[in-house]
Design a protein around this ligand. Structure first.
Ligand SMILES: Nc1ncnc2c1ncn2[C@@H]1O[C@H](COP(=O)(O)OP(=O)(O)OP(=O)(O)O)[C@@H](O)[C@H]1O
Length: 283
């Protein structure tokens, strides 16, 4: 455990298993005392996947190992410390993470701003793809990509949080049993059949988030509809945007755009740069 002291402030959020508090470093920490942190507490009995780091025999949750492995990715929040503590009768694992200044949940942003202009949606799609690819190049997959696991910082920069479902990728694949995830955001239609590939489902999640940015609503009301219904266009969008959505949200995982082709898909279907600039100036 890296030792450091933090003062707990108010609760930032809570999810299925974790409670997250805003914290302030005490004077004995290497972190700048004025900079706030996010401290996530998870009951150890709720953590099912543990691992070790190469330089230590200590067991740590896979979530912590993912954050260590992704340390160099700027759009992934920094891990500042971790460790196990006892609270009453419970053993609790704590993760101390960077809390980027002036950030807002991307879910709240979309609730207020979506549908976005095609230009803005593309601007965030590019960032989302670069986050997915940076994580992929480190040999991991986020596993739970959705707007509430993205922060929007400094007005328009995305950062991904919550690595509780992150997994290591081997040969561009990560086959997992049908458990975890959030229905309709990151659960693709192929999961109806049981085990599925988290890498292909991440491409699906990118499509769901992009669709929500463009239309302000989820693409499908249920997994069954996602498997059998064509995509609906709620207002007119460019043929490039339609093509990208069809490739990202193909219900057949082997036909869906492969992660290796994601960057090329968005580069070749970008709105013309003049249109992008003018639309951004108007926003
Ligand atoms: N590094 C961070 N900086 C700022 N806020 C954060 C940070 N980490 C978590 N939060 C806040 O705490 C909330 C819950 O965190 P997190 O998603 O990691 O918990 P969880 O229990 O895994 O959630 P879920 O079950 O919804 O996936 C987030 O939605 C966010 O509002």
């Amino acid at each position: 455990m890296r030792k450091a002291g933090y003062e707990l402030l108010d609760q930032l959020g809570h999810g299925g298993f974790g409670l997250v508090y805003r914290g302030r470093p005490l004077n004995n920490t290497p972190y700048t005392p004025s900079q706030e942190v996010a401290i996530k507490f998870t009951n150890c009995s709720d953590i099912h996947l543990w691992t070790t780091l190469p330089n230590s025999p200590d067991q740590i949750p896979l979530e912590a190992a993912a954050l260590v492995a992704l340390e160099s990715v700027t759009s992934v929040v920094d891990l500042l410390g971790y460790g196990q503590i006892s609270l009453g009768n419970d053993d609790v694992f704590t993760l101390v993470m960077e809390k980027p200044a002036g950030c807002l949940s991307f879910a709240s942003y979309l609730r207020r701003q979506a549908p976005l202009t095609e230009s803005m949606a593309f601007f965030f799609l590019e960032q989302l793809v670069s986050i997915v690819m940076a994580i992929h190049r480190c040999g991991w997959v986020h596993g739970d990509l959705k707007p509430s696991n993205l922060l929007i910082c400094d007005q328009d920069q995305l950062k991904a949080i919550d690595y509780g479902l992150a997994r290591e990728v081997v040969n561009d694949q990560c086959i997992v049993p049908a458990a975890g995830g959030t229905l309709l955001w990151n659960i693709p239609p192929e999961r109806i059949n049981g085990v599925y590939d988290l890498v292909k489902s991440t491409v699906w999640s990118v499509g769901v988030i992009y669709y929500c940015m463009v239309f302000g609503k989820l693409p499908f009301p249920s997994l069954r509809k996602a498997k059998n219904s064509p995509l609906r266009w709620h207002h007119n969008i460019s043929s490039g945007a339609k093509f990208m959505l069809q490739r990202l949200l193909d219900p057949e995982p082997n036909r869906r755009v492969a992660i290796q082709d994601l960057e090329q898909l968005i580069q070749t279907n970008a709105p013309p740069s003049g249109v992008l600039e003018i639309q951004r100036l108007l926003n």
